[in-house]
Design a protein around this ligand. Structure first.
Ligand code: UFG
Length: 344
């Protein structure tokens, strides 16, 4: 048995896929999640996929004493993957203090507890949102951080700084900041995936809900951008590929292979796809025709961004592997399964 890893937000979308990959790699996982945006049966599904039931504690990371209790109950936690956070861009504009409290205090609590329990390192879920609209594409980790467009984006930037300042102060911890591009898709088993709360804000959940008839039609936000077909461009990364990046990041920390105590990696495919290209790829992959219309631009959208993942390729030995059709098919199969289970 390999080391014990704490995964906050481990029943969420990216968290649940990562728990499976950690277990596949032999790690023992303890999940902490307050179930604010997920449900406890995700633990059953993780077990169904990996054959191993992870330890699960229903707890809010704002609860310092509760977190302390988790480290005491599960001795020897070697590293943390910190997913637990509020993540809806629009909601963060309406409720900034909720976002600042949830996303900042949770991380601070973990960083305060790490030395007490000899936790060596933390992998943090950051986002390409920190680059805003990059001046050069593909964007590398060296690109300047741009002023955040939303409180949510700002929490990612501030959290990166909190980690850097903590490590610089001499705290005996190290960190890997993974800047995700646009995670999409679901586990090939269709037992794990993204379960949006209410009307989906993100593109692929909206597409699959339209395809199955929950939504009438997809609105494509703007076709007058300065891109080849006028729609925005993103780097869509398969969620299982993304999950695997966390496993190699954890190994790098535990095997003390880091070149610096805080390292940053872009986690993307290196290829940009426009909204229209993605819609057409979905139709091709699934054979389902999608009802869509062109709508006005959405406030705050970046025109185009895609990753230069060369550093992650070289240093982590990680690469996105799944093609877009397989990824979109996995999202569709997950939606079909939700219908079968009577969920959505
Ligand atoms: N889009 C539509 N119609 C929809 C939903 C989205 O046309 O119904 C378009 C958007 O305008 C954008 C693209 O699809 O051009 C992708 O939009 P998403 O909402 O899926 O993703 P974003 O790139 O806007 O946001 C994602 C994450 C955020 C993160 C951000 C930047 O959801 O958490 O990337 O990292 F902050």
């Amino acid at each position: 048995m390999k080391d014990r890893i704490l995964v906050t937000g481990g029943t969420g979308y990216i968290g649940s896929h990562t728990v499976v990959e950690l277990q596949n790699a032999g790690y023992e996982v303890v999940i902490v999640d307050n179930l604010s945006n997920s449900s406890a049966d995700v633990v059953d599904n993780i077990e169904a996929v990996s054959g191993i039931r992870p330890a699960f504690e229903k707890l809010d990371c704002l609860d310092f004493a509760g977190l302390d209790g988790v480290f005491a109950k599960y001795p020897g936690i070697k590293a943390i993957i910190h997913f637990a956070a509020s993540k809806a861009v629009g909601e963060s504009v309406q409720k900034p203090l909720l976002y600042y409290r949830n996303n900042l205090v949770s991380l601070i609590n973990l960083l305060e507890l790490m030395p007490k329990y000899n936790v060596q390192g933390i992998v943090f879920s950051s986002s390409c949102t920190v680059y805003g609209q990059p001046d050069k594409l593909p964007v590398t980790e060296e690109a300047p951080i741009k002023k955040a467009e939303s409180p949510y984006g700002n929490t990612k930037q501030i959290n990166e700084e909190i980690i850097r300042d903590t490590v610089a102060s001499g705290a005996p911890v190290s960190a890997i900041l993974l800047r995700y591009f646009n995670p999409i898709g679901a586990h090939p088993s269709a037992l794990l995936g993204e379960l949006p709360n209410g009307v989906p804000q993100n593109l692929v959940p909206y597409i699959v809900q339209t395809a199955i008839g929950i939504r009438e039609k997809l609105s494509i936000f703007g076709d007058d951008y300065n891109t080849p077909d006028g729609t925005c461009i993103r780097d869509y990364i398969n969620v299982v590929d993304l999950a695997k990046a966390h496993v190699v990041a954890i190994a790098r920390i535990l095997e003390k292979k880091q070149k610096e105590k805080v390292e940053v990696f872009n986690i993307g495919t290196g290829h940009g796809l426009s909204v229209l290209q993605l819609v057409h790829a979905f139709e091709k992959a699934t054979g389902v025709k999608l009802n869509y219309q062109i709508a006005p631009r959405r406030a705050g959208d970046i025109e185009q961004v895609w990753a230069d993942p060369a550093l992650a390729n070289k240093e982590l030995g990680w690469k996105a592997e799944t093609n877009i059709e397989d990824t979109l098919r996995s999202a569709w199969n997950w939606q079909l399964k939700l219908r079968e289970r009577g969920i959505q």
